[in-house]
Design a protein around this ligand. Structure first.
Ligand SMILES: [Zn+2]
Ligand SMILES: [Zn+2]
Ligand SMILES: [Zn+2]
Ligand SMILES: [Zn+2]
Ligand SMILES: [Zn+2]
Length: 221
């Protein structure tokens, strides 16, 4: 069999070589083009376009989006907006998509500078603390961190504003008062009644009662 094959190869050498030549020419042209293009300055490949679940833009370059655990993709501008919003809105802290899962920080760490990240960390701690209390001092309103809340010798809990050092009653969230009886139950309720009658409203941030006309420095609307 081998001798037959050999004789065939030898015998039809012209035909065979002409055939293989034409096929190898085609082949080398193909590879020539392929390799040739990589020798020229690289032409950026068109990125795959995907859609963002928030803005519904269907033409977001895939490398400018994050793929979330829920399967959705969120574009960088939308991620940036969500995280910026989260530092002013406890409802959006920490940012999520359609499930209870938080959006992992690895998706956004290159989108923000150190100053923003520090602010974000502080706001995360603030907004995820239950029963938050704020400094009742009119021009302050700083959040009183749990580590700044202590129990005094008499057993009563108080907070100390880290910004203006105001001492705060933990029970009524007002300024510290020396009487053991916290006015929360009676006096505060009376005050709220009066405030309601006279059209005052509670500042959403510092829980101050403020007259509508006057406004509180924390009121943004
Ligand atoms: Zn988007
Ligand atoms: Zn989702
Ligand atoms: Zn303060
Ligand atoms: Zn009190
Ligand atoms: Zn306020």
């Amino acid at each position: 069999l081998s001798s037959v094959k050999k004789s065939h190869t030898t015998g039809g050498s012209h035909l065979a070589s002409s055939h293989s030549l034409s096929s190898s020419t085609k082949r080398s042209t193909f590879f020539g083009n392929f390799f040739g293009s990589s020798l020229q300055p690289p032409v950026p490949e068109k990125p795959r376009l995907v859609s963002c679940v928030v803005c519904m833009d269907e033409e977001r370059p895939v490398h400018r989006t994050a793929k979330l655990k829920c399967g959705h993709r969120m574009c960088y501008p939308c991620l940036k907006r969500n995280f910026k919003l989260s530092i002013t809105d406890p409802q959006n802290m920490p940012p999520k998509c359609c499930t209870a899962d938080h959006i992992p920080l690895k998706h956004v760490e290159h989108l923000f500078d150190t100053a923003f990240k520090q602010t974000w960390n502080r706001k995360l701690a603030e907004y995820t603390t239950r029963n938050r209390i704020y400094c009742p001092s009119r021009n302050c309103g700083e959040w009183i961190r749990p580590e700044d809340i202590r129990r005094g010798e008499d057993g009563r809990k108080y907070g100390r504003c880290s910004r203006c050092k105001t001492k705060v009653c933990y029970v009524c969230h007002g300024r510290w008062h020396y009487s053991r009886e916290c006015p929360r139950d009676d006096e505060t309720n009376q005050f709220l009644e009066q405030a309601k009658r006279e059209g005052w409203q509670r500042c959403h941030r510092c829980k101050h009662m403020v007259e509508l006309q006057e406004g509180c420095n924390h009121m943004t609307w």
